[in-house]
Design a protein around this ligand. Structure first.
Ligand code: FPP
Length: 256
């Protein structure tokens, strides 16, 4: 596949400037989002749940653009958890097909817009065609210098911690690693997020006040913003509110 090397002015999207009231010097470097409420959004409109997920994709695209335009370094989203396999098989299939079609459709834009995409999670059980697209998109965007976009897919925080512990134990058994040298940095280097800074802000939509097995290690000092807005309705106004909330906090990281 070949890709154009410049964005023609005809195709260039409108860049959104930082809204008044936000302090450009106090923006989070990394935002994590639990995108919740797609099903309830669809139900409230008398639509099938799949339409909630389809609308959720548009919300995600818009949020990625806003984060990129407003100077956020990284956006990490919870797209599919290790627990989501327990949903009815039709819904799991809808989600897998959606991930594949969206990735295929957006790959050129991701490349042109300098987005560096990565997928965090145990990707092995995903459909082969999706895995190939994931590999292609990571490879194609790995040198991009813009926003880092991490998509948690078949991700579970506990599974991630167990896998990291297994890898460290294997290295110790082989004599490559002295167990007494395992500190927080060594441990973090075995997580899916090894090359990423911890999130400063966690946003959860749809009013639920839970972490739901998301980034258990990495969210240790994140500020949490819960909004009642359902994910497909999440927009610039909702993101601005989350950022204002974040900027109103005093971050002490355990100090005084
Ligand atoms: C939670 O809403 C949402 C999900 C489990 C899926 C989120 C996925 C997307 C928005 C698509 C992302 C696409 C790509 C390509 C990364 P829910 O179904 O749990 O809603 P409910 O709690 O109202 O039932």
């Amino acid at each position: 596949m070949t890709y154009p090397s410049v964005i023609s002015s005809k195709n260039a999207r409108k860049v959104s400037t930082l809204p008044a009231g936000l302090d450009s010097l106090r923006m989070p470097e990394h935002i994590a989002i639990i995108m919740d409420g797609n099903g309830r959004w669809a139900k409230a409109k008398g639509l099938p749940r799949s339409m909630g997920h389809t609308s959720g994709v548009e919300s995600l695209k818009n949020t990625l653009h806003l984060c990129s335009d407003w100077g956020i370094g990284a956006l990490t989203v919870y797209a599919f958890s290790t627990e989501n396999w327990s949903r009815p098989s039709e819904e799991v299939n809808v989600l897998m097909t959606l991930f594949e079609s969206v990735l295929k459709r957006e790959l050129t834009n991701l490349k042109l817009e300098e987005v560096k995409i990565n997928f965090l999670g145990d990707l092995d059980p995903l459909p082969i065609a999706l895995k190939e697209l994931i590999n292609e998109s990571v490879e194609l965007t790995k040198k991009n210098k813009g926003i880092r976009f991490n998509v948690c897919t078949n991700y579970g925080g506990r599974r991630e911690l167990v896998l990291a512990a297994q890898k460290l134990a294997e290295r110790s058994v082989k004599g490559e690693l002295d167990p007494s040298c395992i500190d927080e940095n060594v441990f973090a280097s075995e997580l899916f997020t090894a090359s990423e800074v911890d999130p400063d802000l966690l946003i959860r939509t749809s009013g639920e006040k839970r972490i739901s097995n998301f980034l258990l290690w990495q969210l240790a000092y994140a500020e949490i913003h819960v909004t009642d807005v359902l994910w497909p309705d999440f927009n610039a106004d909702a993101l601005k509110k989350a950022l204002l909330d974040y900027q109103s906090r005093s971050r002490r990281f355990g100090g005084v």
